[in-house]
Design a protein around this ligand. Sequence first.
Ligand SMILES: Cc1ncc(COP(=O)(O)O)c(C=O)c1O
Length: 383
Amino acid sequence: MSEEFLPFSRPLISRAAIDDVVTCLESGWITTGPRVAQFTEALKDYLSAPFVLPLSSATAGLHLTLLAMGIKPGDEVITTPMTFTATLNTIVLAGGKPVLVDIDPKTFNMDLNQLEDAITDKTRVIMPVHFAGLPVDLDHLYEIAERHGLRVIEDAAHAIGAEFKGKRIGAVGDTQVFSFHPTKNMTTGEGGCIATRDEAVAKKIGLLRFHGIDREAWNRYGKGGTQDYEVVMPGYKYNMMDIQAAIGLHQLRELDGFIARREELAERYQAALADWSQWTLPETPAYPHRHAWHIYTPLINPVSANMTRDEFMLAMKEKNIGTGLHYRAVHLYPYYRERFGFNLGDFPHAENVSERIVSLPLFPGMTDAEHDRVLDVMYSIFH
Ligand SMILES: Cc1ncc(COP(=O)(O)O)c(C=O)c1O
């Protein structure tokens, strides 16, 4: 048995992608330019989305989309406590108030049956998360959003390549935000993009992502461009570099193969762990969907396992196997408790999952032997 550390996630970057990064570095143009333009078109094609804007991260995408949708102080944005803190942070940074809806205890996605109870006359946006790459029921979500006249920003950080009823996340609905962080289903190092069907939102994000300047650097300095520009609003510096897009162009072509391998490994865990009393395994809904399997997240049963989730993670680490924690429920972090008055007991399903969830190793380059090693080590920890 190899004793080398096995991380919970590892990006798979092809030799061709590495060669293209070198070509980009040697080309003399390394920031936003022709490769980002090409990546934009490739993403539009893959997502079947009319407007796509690559950005420096999904966090930037959530922040700018909220601003572009005109969130003002006092406006409420409904989201889930079972997410990365960026989801809530960006609501606060945009001036909004995060309002939370508990999760469905089976799928860990926002419980849409509780969503309407959280809607008030101050609600502007619903921001669900496709947790682990499992699509939220978009029919149900948009039926509620449309009936109440609300915008939807899908936090699709986990969900590039996921499908709901035969359509990719990004191909239908209002606006989606994807992440290309190294643990995600495809990567550009850091990076992300938004996809939208709203031209006005796309135009505003286009300005906000680069200083509020009406032309990007390539247009200003490239052949045939002009160095002149106008500043029409104060903007941010959230643009993607060509170095990143050089990786992304390759990753996007390989994405469906990556997801297919993730799916095989997730199914392998489901089959191998089915009879283990120490675990409650992830469940998937009945509606047709393609799970992107960004993470594989069973819940530990502490009584059967005779240990807590944190003790399990430590025991795995001692045996040279990495695990992940996605996530501790965000409403219990000090800032959110103090600023918005959230308390233990507010969202019982999220809190239960928060105490027990663990991400087991899952990445496209993972071999069957590495997968067996994880299972063997888990067995040895419990026996
Ligand atoms: C649900 C969710 N939203 C947003 C983000 C932010 O993504 P990024 O790291 O690209 O800013 C993440 C990243 O982990 C995430 O998991």
